[in-house]
Write a protein that binds this ligand. Structure first.
Ligand SMILES: [Zn+2]
Length: 337
């Protein structure tokens, strides 16, 4: 793997949707030496431009990787010190139950349930966070209404070049864009905008103003996608270790067929292992770029990930690296439209 320590650091940083500063700072420091231009917009997106060689064939390509992760926001503190929360992004109650969380100020907690987790169905309102406080007054010294927390847990190695960590959705994409930026020596025909977006987990909010500003010819989401290879609640063809996944569609977007063909061509020419991705649940920033301005050709480069939206997501280092290779190949591609 190119820089596993960078991926580890990205997963260990915290960037709950709407509160991405810590992750953005880390990415900014990493990207600065390689950027032609860099700015943070009003909503918090970090936009990094690497110019191409120019000419009639030049396309503006916007790669969008979201920095934010799912988490919880405090809505009420009970008399006995239990902290009640609401969702920031889609949390699965069964996965949150008994897991460890961390607030931005470093306060740790464990998620409990008022009753059996089976009866809670998927209602986050039935959960609470135990920070060890003995009363509301005690809890309020450390945590207040409006504070946010997210999952906590180490970055672990599994067998066969697989890793397990929190927030692989979508620090994998952030890592891939940083590595692709480092490989862009300015000799690409295309102008490449590496955009690290905010609030994707709340409905692709950040990528909208970023796409409006850039007005790209092509918008490509760089994200993860759920695996279907082990028995789970989803069905499809996504398989860990079968290569980087090229998005064809999800419920929010149908990818541009010329962009998809270009991606397939890039993989075949450069011997990058790839698979074809179709999902019937979920979405990415491809949708918001697709519908921005007068319309933008959309695509997606996604890493198949097991147990996404949990503290223990699993992905293959080989798939992640193939994704960097594809971002680099697309940057160098001369598009025929
Ligand atoms: Zn994501």
């Amino acid at each position: 793997m190119r820089e596993e320590e960078l991926l580890r650091k990205l997963t260990q940083a915290q960037g709950i949707a709407g509160f991405e500063k810590e992750v953005r700072k880390l990415i900014e420091e990493e990207a600065a030496p390689y950027a032609d231009e860099m700015m943070t917009d009003a909503i918090g997106n970090l936009i990094v431009l690497k110019k191409g060689t120019g000419g009639a064939q030049t396309k503006k390509i916007m790669f969008a990787a979201h920095m934010d992760e799912i988490g919880f926001m405090v809505k009420k503190i009970e008399a006995d010190g239990r902290i009640r929360v609401c969702n920031l992004g889609w949390n699965w109650a069964g996965s949150a139950y008994n897991s460890r969380v961390r607030f931005r100020n470093g306060i740790n907690g464990v998620v409990g349930c008022m009753g059996s987790i089976e009866d809670a169905k998927n209602d986050i309102g039935k959960l609470y966070i135990d920070i060890g406080a003995t009363s509301k007054e005690d809890a309020e010294k450390y945590v207040k209404v409006g504070d946010v927390c997210g999952y906590d847990g180490p970055y672990m190695q599994l067998l066969n070049d697989r890793i397990c960590a929190k927030t692989l959705d979508n620090r994998i994409g952030c890592y891939q864009l940083l590595e692709a930026l480092k490989e862009n020596d300015g000799s690409c025909p295309n102008d490449i905008y590496y955009v690290f977006c905010v609030q994707e987990e709340l409905g692709c909010r950040g990528s909208k103003p970023a796409a409006a500003r850039i007005q790209p010819d092509i918008g490509i989401a760089v994200d993860i996608t759920p695996a279907h290879d082990y028995p789970c609640d989803l069905e499809g063809s996504n398989t860990v270790d079968e290569g980087i996944a090229i998005k064809f569609s999800d419920p929010s977007v149908v990818c541009d067929e010329d962009v998809v063909s270009a991606m397939v061509e890039c993989c075949e020419e450069n011997h990058i292992k790839y698979q074809r991705e179709v999902i019937d649940k979920g979405g990415t920033d491809a949708s918001s770029m697709n519908l921005s301005g007068l319309g933008v050709r959309a695509g997606g480069i996604v890493v198949v990930t097991r147990y996404p939206h949990s503290q223990s997501a699993v992905a293959s280092k080989k798939d992640i690296e193939a994704g960097v290779d594809l971002c680099t190949a697309i940057s160098r591609h001369v598009f025929q439209f």
